[in-house]
Write a protein that binds this ligand. Structure first.
Ligand code: SF4
Ligand code: SF4
Length: 100
């Protein structure tokens, strides 16, 4: 089965130690964000090996961070998001997050 769903783009990700990262872009089909409070990328996969980058660009499939101003019914309504590594949290993190 094939789905066509409108999702916010992951426009950039600098977490190059993730398997889905190819040249600063995420090539998972869709990512999930959040453990409830911290806007971490749950799809982050630590790996030396990387996907081939054939998937054009990732979207945000779901986000569990209800306290973000872009979150509506546990989905992201931003136009696009960016992901970076948060050294304090030691986690790949959505930097588009803003407290509602
Ligand atoms: S950390 Fe998340 S957004 Fe970045 S490449 Fe990995 S899965 Fe994609
Ligand atoms: S912008 Fe907000 S709602 Fe969208 S993925 Fe990031 S934390 Fe979740």
């Amino acid at each position: 089965m094939k789905f066509t769903i409108e999702m916010p783009d992951v426009s950039a990700c600098s977490v190059d130690r993730c398997a889905y990262n190819v040249r600063g872009a995420c090539h998972a089909k869709a990512i999930t964000v959040g453990d409830g409070v911290h806007p971490g990328c749950d799809t982050f996969t630590l790996s030396q090996r990387h996907t081939d980058g054939e998937v054009e660009a990732a979207g945000v499939g779901a986000c569990k961070v209800a306290i973000c101003k872009y979150n509506r019914e546990l989905e992201c309504e931003a136009r696009s998001i960016e992901v970076d590594f948060d050294e304090d949290e030691a986690a790949a993190t959505c930097t588009t997050f803003e407290l509602a």
